[in-house]
Design a protein. Structure first.
Length: 164
């Protein structure tokens, strides 16, 4: 049984590599519409989290029982910031444009880092209600990281550059 599973996993991996490596795609201009959003959830049906999530990351928000709703001392809320979408794929050599729109958050300090760890797009700031275009060439294979250092580590996005 383990042998069959191993063979199946190897076959799926090989097919994935073949599909990515022989797509025949050529580099082009690609634009992604990316929103900067905050997701919130509130409840009064379960115990409040320990520890306070906002102490774990600046990307988390928390309003404790009694603080969130003075009329319901058991109700509390959590929140997190994120990019939407948070995962994208391009062909190596594509000119990539992120058309960013800030929906939530007063301030975001953002950077794009290449697969080799180099800074591809220097740090820039955005705020709620702003639209910005950020363009670069995905000239490396692998994962690019789009990072909001204000709300890291939760507010990150991945751009995978595959062989054409």
């Amino acid at each position: 049984m383990k042998l069959r599973r191993s063979i199946a996993l190897i076959a799926v991996g090989a097919l994935t590599l073949v599909a990515c490596g022989t797509s025949g795609a050529t580099p082009s201009d690609v634009t992604f519409d990316v929103e900067l959003i905050e997701i919130k959830g509130a409840t009064d049906g379960i115990p409040a989290p320990e520890p306070d999530p906002s102490t774990l990351s600046s990307g988390y928000g928390y309003k404790a029982p009694g603080e969130y709703d003075a009329d319901n001392p058991d109700k509390w809320q959590v929140a997190t910031y994120m990019f939407s979408p948070a995962a994208m794929t391009v062909v190596e050599g594509d000119e990539v444009t992120f058309r960013l729109f800030g929906i939530n958050g007063d301030h975001h300090a953002m950077t794009v880092v290449g697969p080799d760890g180099s800074t591809v797009v220097n740090s820039f700031d955005m705020s709620r209600g702003q639209e910005k275009l950020v363009t670069f060439t995905a000239d490396q294979l692998g994962h690019y990281k789009f990072i909001c250092s204000t709300h890291a580590p939760t507010m990150t996005a991945d751009l995978l550059s595959v062989s054409g």
